[in-house]
Design a protein around this ligand. Structure first.
Ligand code: PLP
Length: 388
């Protein structure tokens, strides 16, 4: 460890830390007591592992108000889930609409598809990340196949109007894919009432699971026959056939699953549900308000994103006039033990929208285990660095 022993972890938008003890326990229990290959062999350890994976599927289906747990497909993270939906659904000649604040997990597959003949329409957001539904309405024309958008910006925290977007998408016959990497476990998500067709989530951020977990929830309105798998292979089912099974989740889950990770994810989802999303959100909103107000009152500091914290997830980006973000991040870590992320946050488009490209910002992202006194120390540390 560096000059300070006590760490203040404010990088929960990259991955949450620490994980709840029950997540760590579920993972070690899986390896020690249920180490079989889920859904493969018929022996007791395989059955035990399969049950744990299914229970995690059920917990996620309940969290997102999806009646059928088999519509939850596990992936190694949100990136894979987004790629599965985009590459599986879009063909040359199709039109896809996205916003100007998307993460590269969305932008890079979209740009690759554009090179293959998919028409890509980008809807500009305001510099604070706000998306005007009217702008989306103008962009989504009849014949649009898909609208894809982040639920909450990983740079500014800005929450996008997904329910309005779903209505607009459905009016023109398009599906809505939501990148919930920053909102799953953080904001209430009822897929049916919001009208979300496909939900890509990260398991290792707000859902408190381990790295290497995530998934795609496929709404009932999506015909999976129209969505090609990214990977094909063994599923433990229909082994007599050399063609990929056409049923869920096996159509999209080939190869041995990340049982240990999914066991941890299941425990993370149960932790979130037991604490309650409303309680977790109100705690994170208090810390976010404290950060926005505290940092905003330091001369020379510019805080980005909506000032009204109810319109953002617990993510605060800031910059200091005349200072490199790399220097700020390094000093926060080395001198104060404050861990954050600086730069472009894998979202150059969002920084272009915000006016902070190519230098980026310092991003602070509180989580369930941060406290008001930690945030006070962070504000004091920034104040001292700015003065020195
Ligand atoms: C908005 C957004 N989308 C996608 C991702 C990718 O998630 P994962 O690391 O689970 O693949 C992230 C992660 O930083 C993100 O913030």
């Amino acid at each position: 460890m560096g000059a300070v022993d006590e760490l203040i972890y404010l990088d929960n938008a990259a991955t949450s830390w620490p994980k709840p003890p029950e997540v760590v326990r579920a993972m070690s229990d899986f390896i020690e007591k249920a180490g079989g290959n889920p859904g493969r062999s018929g022996h007791r350890l395989s059955i035990r592992a399969g049950r744990i994976v299914y229970e995690a599927r059920e917990a996620l289906a309940e969290l997102f108000s999806v009646p059928d747990p088999l519509r939850v497909v596990f992936t190694p993270g949100a990136t894979y889930a987004i790629n599965l939906a985009l590459l599986g659904l879009l063909h040359p000649g199709d039109t896809v609409v996205a916003t100007s604040i998307e993460h590269n997990a969305v932008m890079r597959p979209l740009r690759a598809l554009e090179q293959r003949g998919v028409r890509l329409v980008i809807v500009p957001c305001a510099p604070d990340g706000t998306l005007a539904p009217l702008a989306l309405q103008r962009a989504a024309t009849p014949g649009t196949r898909l609208v894809v958008m982040t639920h909450a910006s990983n740079v500014m925290g800005t929450i996008l109007p997904v329910a309005e977007a779903a209505k607009i998408a459905h009016q023109v016959g398009a599906l809505l894919l939501v990148d919930a990497a920053q909102s799953a476990g953080v904001l209430p998500i009822d897929m049916r009432s919001l009208g979300i067709d496909l939900l890509a989530f990260a398991g290792h951020k707000g859902l408190m699971g381990p790295p290497g977990t995530g998934g795609l929830v496929i709404g009932e309105g999506v015909d999976e026959a129209q969505m090609e798998p990214l990977v094909r292979g063994g599923t433990g089912s229909r082994s007599e056939f050399e063609l990929q099974p056409d049923f869920l989740p096996d159509r999209y889950e080939s190869g041995t699953s990340n049982g240990m990770g999914i066991a941890g994810l299941g425990a993370g989802v149960r932790f979130v549900r037991e604490r309650g999303i409303e309680m977790l959100r109100s705690h994170e909103m208090e810390l976010t308000t404290q950060l926005v107000e505290g940092l905003g009152s330091i001369p020379g500091v510019k805080v980005y994103g909506p000032l009204e914290t109810g319109r953002r997830a617990a993510i605060v980006s800031f910059g200091v006039a005349g200072r490199q973000v790399s220097e700020l991040g390094m000093r926060l870590d080395e001198e104060y033990g404050i861990l954050c992320r600086v730069g472009l946050h894998c979202a150059p488009a969002a920084h272009r929208t915000m006016g902070t490209f190519p230098h980026g910002t310092v991003r602070l992202a509180p989580g369930p285990f941060n406290t008001a006194s930690e945030i006070e120390k962070v504000i004091e540390a920034v104040e001292r660095i700015v003065r020195s």
